[in-house]
Design a protein around this ligand. Structure first.
Ligand code: PMP
Length: 387
């Protein structure tokens, strides 16, 4: 068996997979209406939003981004992209497609723009929307969403958080931090196979949508079509716009129940412990990391640099043979220089230690010199301290 330890999709729990394999119910059957209704309520709890409107729609994380862009942006709106890598670039491009005038505040690869830089940009023009990639999966850099959202609020700007690599792993508190839209996809820390775009829109975002003067330029993503349906399911009534992915929604409901049973605070703590253990292991083995400081490194994933003399083509197949599937680089500027380890969702200490052990086996097979057990020991020690 190999462990799938990439930054999504991840390993899924048997009960979640069983829901996917169960006979498909009618999308208007009372049992399914109840499941969908529960899933919508639970989603709000996972996003730590008391009054947000949840959207659950068949598609990937990019559709969740599209939902935000299509419904929020009107031609001529100004959007500020707090850019930490590949997925921030994607958000900028997407917003431009809907007519936004986009400004990027960029940072060197592995770093994040400072609050002062973001504030300078906010002072420079009247923006309607600011996007933040909570964890940029291409660099493993985490943004300070709490501070950024507070800053945006002071300038009357709506904050949209791409939480695809963060929601249900990194702490993200929509109400407390004043986040207007947070979005993710099922296959990451939400722990359901790929196929669902998930988004919660707070009252200010819904208000901007309601006041639109121009129609939403995307038929499938238009909240005008989806809102009555989601409201109906939450009120335990049937509705139809597009056939919901029945099995995926049942699987989502199972996973959201697991997440809330663990508790959001416990879940954030577990991800912090796994994140620091993985980083300590890589450092002990002498591997650098893409994030330039511990402060800006995510908890849901780790992005180690290959040591001198070892390439991805050499290392990753050997790590896989030793039991862990990892991902190569993604950021175009440094693609061949680093790899990515996901440790989110239901990943536990055993999974992480098995992964570090497989990395050690791979490094040894590549001829890299180190004391066997160095990485595993560092991870064990870090996990013990986090208890
Ligand atoms: N944003 C981030 C931060 C991501 O990590 C990803 C996927 N890796 C996406 C957006 C896009 O999601 P998807 O691949 O499900 O369309």
């Amino acid at each position: 068996r190999s462990l799938l330890m990439i930054p999504g999709p991840i390993e899924f729990e048997p009960e979640v997979l069983a829901a996917l394999g169960a006979p498909t119910n009618s999308h208007v059957a009372p049992e399914f209406i109840e499941e969908f209704g529960q899933a919508l309520e639970r989603l709000r709890d996972v996003f730590l939003s008391s009054d947000g409107q949840p959207f659950v729609i068949a598609g990937s994380g990019t559709l969740a981004m599209d939902l935000a862009g299509a419904n929020l942006i009107e031609p001529g709106d100004r959007a500020l992209v707090v850019n930490t890598g590949y997925f921030s670039d994607r958000f900028g491009e997407l917003l431009e497609r809907y007519g936004a005038v986009v400004t990027h505040v960029r940072a060197p690869v592995g770093a994040r723009p400072t609050l002062d830089e973001v504030e300078d940009a906010l002072k420079g023009a009247v923006y309607q929307v600011m996007t933040v990639t909570h964890v940029d999966t291409s660099t493993g850099v985490v943004a300070d969403v709490e501070e950024l959202a507070a800053l945006a609020r002071r300038y009357g700007v709506l904050t949209v958080v791409d939480g695809v690599c963060s929601v249900a792993g990194e702490a993200l508190r929509m109400d407390e931090w004043g986040v207007d839209i947070a979005l993710t996809a099922s296959q990451k820390a939400i722990s359901v196979p790929p196929g669902l775009a998930l988004l919660v829109a707070g009252p200010r975002a819904m208000e901007k949508f309601r006041r639109r003067k121009s129609p939403v330029a995307n038929y499938y993503a238009d909240w005008t079509n989806w809102l009555p349906i989601l409201q109906a399911y939450e009120a335990r009534k049937a509705g139809y716009f597009g056939t919901p992915p029945v099995n995926l929604i049942c699987a989502l409901n199972v996973s959201l129940k697991h997440i809330l049973t663990e508790g959001m605070e416990a879940r954030f703590r577990r991800h912090r412990a796994l994140g620091s253990a993985c980083k300590a292991a890589m450092a002990a083995l002498g591997l650098g990391q893409v994030p330039v400081s511990a402060e800006c490194a995510a908890n849901t994933m780790t992005a180690p640099r290959y040591p001198a003399g070892v390439s991805g083509n050499d290392l990753l197949p050997r790590v896989k043979a030793a039991g862990a599937i990892l991902a190569g680089g993604l950021h175009p500027a440094i693609r061949a220089e680093y790899f990515r380890i996901g440790h989110m969702g239901t990943a536990n200490a055993g999974d992480l230690l098995a992964t570090v052990n497989a990395i050690e086996a791979g490094l040894a097979a590549c001829g890299y010199a180190f004391e066997p057990g160095t990485g595993v020991t560092a991870a064990v020690r870090t996990l013990a301290l986090a208890q």
